[in-house]
Design a protein around this ligand. Structure first.
Ligand SMILES: [Zn+2]
Length: 506
């Protein structure tokens, strides 16, 4: 072993020990915080006095201490197993926060959707909420142990939704009525322009800005169709450039270009007054988003003459009909205009038992492998990386020059940074069945990286299959997403010729 590698190895071991110590200390800290809080005399004042001092010792704001206290109480009262894993340093506080935040949709037991008997008896309500929470916790923990908090968040949301008291469709319909744009004044001559809007729109717009920004940076900018501006087909007139006019040597970062593009797009005239007046604006979303829908959701989306989506008002544990990748469950109504606005989609059928992709159907037969691998990977496949597939490249796990075949079990998406890391550092990777990658670091540690749909759901189902549902008559099997077939919508990018590796100009 070279000296450099040996020092590197020692550093990694040191990091592991220190990280474990930190996690243990973090867990101990919130335990102390909760214990002291529980012993306080009743009243608001003792509580405030306690938190003020705790904030001084923590060296953070009272607001942060309050949220840590909330987490500590929730963990010890409602998420016992999660608390145990935090205490054992196997999960971080951030994981615990993601789990309990997503679980909030379960606790609101008095909301619409639960049965009358439960509403009549507070104690019964509490019992049902506890049972649902427990089911959710058992389902989410295997994921938490494998995923970084960022990757866990959408998974946790999707799982929690199955035990939610009020379905996402109803919650989103209510919240959508509160949509708004606001200006928040900040310091140093700056302000924030915020829009509270359906997640599909927000993610789509952000993706649109990102692609404009990336193209501007690569100097390959060709103005995409501008929302609200109808260009005549076959027009020879060059499209105007977007964003601030890029200087010869553009040193702006992606964030800065996004702001330029946002400003430019929003200040363009003429806007489509008719669309805005009729409330149909926004249906021609330019950015790319990915939706995963169940068979039931698929029916609801493609039914052209559909009205509202029919849904049982009774508690339905298998209720996640539509999820936005990278975000989590969304109301299916908010996805419908998006589907209607696109002319081409990939429909990906996923195995209902393993979650792996078994078939891709599209209106054009080419690029089948790209479709397959894009559907399987969803993001860069270096452990923890969330760069989406359309900002990643398809890498031959075993280099084609070394005889690696161009086959789906030898292809995986890597973002540019991790592509370079794989090619030019001592990180190595082996691909196994189902697209599972096993990464080995320069110091010899291995990290298993599964495609997003191949998480250990089946194991958890088998482990707790004996546990009964809180209510009789519920189909236990239907509750687990791994047991339900689902299909995925994905915008077709075929019109980007010369981008067969998924590296699109936009
Ligand atoms: Zn990456």
């Amino acid at each position: 072993m070279s000296q450099a590698l040996q020092i590197s190895e020692e550093a990694m071991t040191g990091l592991e020990v220190a990280t474990r110590d930190l996690r243990l200390a973090e867990a101990k800290r919130i335990d102390h915080l909760a214990r002291g809080f529980r012993a306080l005399p009743p009243g608001k004042m003792p509580e405030r006095a306690y938190l003020a001092e705790a904030a001084l010792i923590f060296g953070c704001s009272e607001h942060r201490v309050k949220s840590l206290l909330g987490l500590a109480l929730t963990l010890s009262d409602e998420y016992i197993d999660t608390a145990g894993l935090v205490r054992d340093a196997r999960l971080t506080l951030r994981h615990a926060e993601v789990i309990t935040d997503a679980g909030r949709v379960i606790t609101n037991i008095t909301a619409a959707g639960c049965d009358d008997a439960a509403i009549a008896h507070p104690r019964e309500q509490q019992r049902i909420a506890e049972a649902r929470r427990k089911e959710y916790e058992q389902a989410v923990l295997p994921h938490a142990l494998e995923l970084t908090p960022n990757r866990l968040a959408p998974v946790a949301k999707r799982l929690a939704e199955q035990w939610a008291v009020e379905p996402i469709e109803e919650r989103q319909a209510r919240e959508a009525a509160r949509r708004r744009v606001a200006v928040v004044p900040l310091d140093d001559g700056m302000a924030e322009l915020r829009a509270y809007m359906p997640a599909v729109q927000a993610y789509g717009l952000f993706d649109h800005l990102t692609r404009i920004g990336k193209a501007a940076k690569r100097k390959t900018i060709q103005a995409p169709p501008i929302p609200g501006v109808r260009t005549t087909a076959g027009s020879a007139e060059p499209a105007p450039e977007l964003g601030e006019a890029p200087a010869a040597d553009d040193t702006r970062g992606l964030d800065q270009i996004r702001v330029g593009a946002l400003y430019d797009l929003l200040s363009r005239d003429p806007f489509d007054a008719a669309a805005i007046a009729s409330g149909t604006s926004g249906s021609g979303l330019q950015g790319r988003v990915q939706l995963v829908v169940t068979a039931e959701g698929f029916e609801a989306l493609v039914t052209k003459h559909g009205g509202t989506v029919m849904r049982d008002t009774a508690y339905d544990p298998g209720a996640v009909k539509c999820a936005l990748k990278g975000y989590g469950p969304i109301g299916i109504d908010s996805a419908r205009p998006l589907i209607a606005s696109q002319t081409r989609w990939d429909v990906v059928t996923v195995c209902k038992h393993t979650g792996s992709v078994i078939r891709t159907d599209s209106y054009r037969p080419n690029r089948a492998q790209v479709r397959f691998v894009s559907a399987r990977d969803e993001h860069c496949r270096h452990p923890g990386c969330m760069a989406p597939v359309y900002r990643s490249e398809i890498d031959h796990t075993i280099d084609a020059a070394l005889g690696g075949p161009t086959a789906t079990d030898n292809l995986a998406h890597l973002c540019l940074m991790h592509h370079i890391l794989k090619g030019e550092s001592d990180w190595t990777v082996v691909q196994g069945e189902g697209g599972v990658l096993v990464w080995t670091s320069p110091t010899g540690r291995t990290y298993v990286e599964r495609p997003p749909d191949l998480l250990p759901e089946l194991t958890s189902v088998q482990a707790d299959a004996a546990a009964p549902w809180p209510e009789a008559g519920q189909d236990r099997q239907a509750a687990n997403p791994a047991q339900r077939s689902h299909v995925r919508f994905e915008a077709d990018d075929d019109d980007q010729s010369g981008s067969a590796d998924g590296n699109h100009p936009f």
